[in-house]
Design a protein around this ligand. Sequence first.
Ligand SMILES: Cc1ncc(COP(=O)(O)O)c(C=O)c1O
Length: 381
Amino acid sequence: MISNGFNSKCVHSGDIEIDGIGNVVTPIFENSTFEFPESGVSGDYIYSRWGNPTVKSFEDKYADVERTEHAFAYSTGMAAITSSVMPYLKSGDSVLSLNELYGQTFGFFSRILPKYKINVDFISVSDLNKCDFKNKNYKILYIESITNPLLEVPDIIEIAKMCREEGIKLLVDATFATPYNQNPVSLGADMALHSGTKYISGHTDLVIGLSGFNDNYDDLDYYRKTYGGTPDAFQAFLAYRGMKTLGLRMERHNKNGMELAKVLNDSQKIDDVYYPGLKEGKYFNVAEKNLRGYSGMISFNVRGGIENSHKLIKNLSIPKYAVSLGGVESLISIPVEGTHKALTEEERKASGIKDSLVRLSVGIEDLEDLVKDLENALDKI
Ligand SMILES: Cc1ncc(COP(=O)(O)O)c(C=O)c1O
């Protein structure tokens, strides 16, 4: 079958066909263990924490669109991140990361790794894009390719060249970009990571994580099996099913995101709009080079402070106030009340997150409805 296009891969790659059954989609193998075909000789699968056919089908589908040789699925995005970072580190090592990251990831780097005598330094995206730092023998550089929540864009192409010269492994959380808009490993990174909870599964009905990579398979596999954060077959099946429409959904998220960002940018009620696709944005030139589309995530400061942010949200009828993102339905939240609540005031200040910041995950609803709803709520502030 010729299936080189993104949507064809999403629909067909990785699917399991069982001889004599004629199943059109991958079945759900809810098995904890698998019989050895011969005493002492195992088959492809032994035990589901190590590997499961439904999970493998999902991993293969993702690897094909991520354009990596290997992929591992995890029970959550955080399991993917922690299980993929630790194989590269030991006590005494140093790590470089961004001062603006998803709150729990930031907690892993700022609070947990130092307990194991791993030093972590943090840098802003703008300094990183200028390669303005001294290499303290960093083992890894960990970044988000569109940062959460300010949607800043690291220049992966340039950063990856520098990392290769300096012998630093580059790990990229590309949850906000998705493989539809960006393939970090093709741009030179060592690994792509995802909270598959978001766009990849796309329906706000599960949590799951993913990594895509070409090298270091055995070590990553050992940590994956030992930390044990592997997904269940049913969870992987739901994500596999969601992925079949990833391309169609992202096409719509990209379009709706761009149009709503323009509405917000034109409004007198809004102070700053963060969206990588806005031509007047600080990161547009970098975004154009590193991304094929700009996704459905928009952040903005409402003029007049957090009271007005609440007023806006109350007057919106389509987006629901909830954390998380990347589903078919629009969601809206205030980072200091949810995803970034655990950060100290200094940490928020260092990363530029104001109390009035609102993060909108634009869904795939009709654009006309979304625009009307937003304009109506803006009028009422
Ligand atoms: C950018 C990013 N990375 C990782 C995660 C963690 O993923 P999960 O919630 O699936 O563990 C999140 C969660 O919101 C996220 O936004």
